[in-house]
Design a protein around this ligand. Structure first.
Ligand code: NAD
Length: 464
């Protein structure tokens, strides 16, 4: 068997890196460090190395990341599920595959050119340098894969600050990605992190002079923290996506799509349907059809009250113990037995119920009746809460669809499909797991993680 030079180089790099790890117990190569300062310094050096490589090599690095993550997708899904105690293993495989296959790479960086009597001007996408990326527990490996592909494609290095509740999964993902990068001759430590992620370490990262950009994927606390950091910041924050159904919709399909989107990974995705608003005329038929998709419709008001007291805290937020848990796990606490395959608990409530207004991230689906589409649009906009995140609508009336889309102003708006179609799963277009509503970049890609630069050549090169 013939071994190519690039493989020998990668093996030597890895052996040297492992030797260093065992000699001074300071891990390197796989990107993990005791101290945040060291993680940033190493990423800084790696980014300079990346810039010495060709774009073709950068493309090869991205393909190697996709390949190695694909080969490890079951492991990452299993680790994410077991460590966080949230979501569904089989859905996590789908989420990981989505980011592996549909996150844009270097092809996203096409330049614009203007040529004329005064010469040629290029508008190019250049790297920021080192990006500090803060990632959530709800999509631990998915966000690291997604951001690594986009950020590296744009020529950056990344320092990750993962949620402490997903330390092992995040570390494994970073290790797999660094291995992939080095296996095709890319620099070591192109993505880094600390062995023990913590708020203190994130704060060091947010203030560090060698961090050129911050990207927060999480709830309002972290988005606010990066937006007030004084650095260039992208905030991908919380959502509370409503699904609006009017009387013109294909109700059987709407019921199927809503349950599929809502129960995906036990409602963890920030894009997943969190509440349904339905026009009175078709409400009973919608709920009747939801029952065909393995849900439990809870009708007893006392039981609904008990469910509320179980999963909503006194402060009005979601009880973390139940975030991303299976529907039958939640019901067990109320003395009800169901199988693991139960997808959701459907409850009809009034429009001010906390189930409707709180981002729960649990397979509990509140349904609210309204008299007509006007009232429906008004309520759905209120439920979305100005997050500019995600909304879906089931309707065959173009005017209604257009009006709701205009009024709700979300980053993702899905018509007649499950919310995950907006992530590129069963819908056209690329994916992103960092959806920047608050700062306005939308579904982030390599281009988002770039600086737009203008390069002017005066008086030549126009051949028009
Ligand atoms: P979280 O806000 O608790 O944590 C997210 C990350 O921020 C973690 O790494 C955490 O350690 C860190 N963090 C939290 N508060 C911080 C602060 N004040 N300063 C610095 N760092 C801080 O969120 P989570 O439970 O991990 O994830 C769920 C939340 O994230 C939901 O609100 C969901 O809607 C949102 N989310 C949004 C997107 C998006 O693309 N818009 C994607 C995934 C999740």
């Amino acid at each position: 068997m013939k071994i190519e030079a690039k493989h020998i180089e990668a093996i030597v790099k890895r052996v040297l890196s492992e030797a260093q790890t065992s000699n001074n117990s300071k891990p390197s190569g796989y990107g993990m460090f005791d101290k945040m300062d060291d993680a940033i310094e190493a990423a800084y050096i790696a980014q300079k190395e990346l810039m010495k490589l060709s774009l073709a090599k950068r493309g090869e690095i991205i393909e190697a990341i996709r390949k190695d993550c694909r080969e490890n997708v079951e492991l990452l899904a299993k680790m994410g599920h077991e460590e966080s105690g949230m979501g569904r293993y089989e859905d996590k495989i789908l989420k990981n595959l989505l980011v592996i296959n549909k996150t844009p790479g270097i092809e996203d960086l096409e330049c614009d050119a203007v040529a004329g009597d005064d010469g040629l001007t290029l508008y190019e996408y250049a790297p920021f340098g080192v990006i500090g990326s803060i990632t959530p527990v709800t999509n631990p490996s998915e966000t690291i894969i997604n951001n690594s592909i986009g950020m590296i494609a744009a020529g950056n290095a990344v320092v990750f600050s993962p949620h402490p509740g997903a330390t092992k999964t995040s570390r494994k993902t970073i290790e797999i990605i660094n291995n992939a990068i080095m296996s095709v001759g890319g620099p070591e430590n192109l993505i880094t992190s600390v062995i023990k992620p913590s708020l203190e370490n994130t704060q060091i990262m947010m203030k560090h002079e060698k961090i050129d950009m911050l990207v927060a994927t999480g709830g309002p606390g972290v988005v606010n923290a990066v937006m007030t950091s004084g650095k260039k910041a992208i905030g991908a924050g919380a959502g509370n996506p409503p699904a609006l159904v009017d009387e013109t919709a294909d109700i059987e399909k709407a019921a199927k799509d809503i349950i599929a989107g809502h129960s995906f990974d036990n409602n963890l995705p920030c894009t997943a349907e969190k509440a349904v608003v339905v026009v009175e005329q078709v409400a009973d038929y919608l709920i009747f059809n939801m029952k065909k998709h393995n849900v439990y419709v809870m009708e007893d008001p006392e039981l609904i009250e008990k469910l509320k007291n179980l999963v909503i805290t006194e402060k009005g937020g979601p009880n973390r113990e139940f975030i991303g848990k299976n529907a039958n796990y939640i019901l067990k606490h109320l003395g009800l037995e169901f199988g693991d395959d139960l997808r959701s608990i459907v409850v009809e409530v009034d429009k001010d119920h906390p189930f409707v207004l709180v981002e729960k991230m649990m397979p509990i689906l509140p349904v609210v009746r309204v008299k007509d589409v006007d009232e429906g649009i008004e309520l759905a906009v209120k439920i979305e809460g100005g997050n500019r995140h995600t909304a879906t609508m089931h309707s065959k009336n173009v005017d209604n669809l257009t009006r709701f889309a205009r009024e709700v102003q979300t980053t993702i708006f899905v018509k007649n499909g499950p919310s995950f179609a907006g992530l590129g799963y069963g819908g056209e277009g690329y994916t992103s797991f960092t959806l920047a509503g608050p700062t306005g970049e939308g579904l982030t890609t390599a281009r988002t993680f770039s600086r737009k630069r203008k390069c002017v050549l005066v008086g030549g090169f126009s051949i028009k």
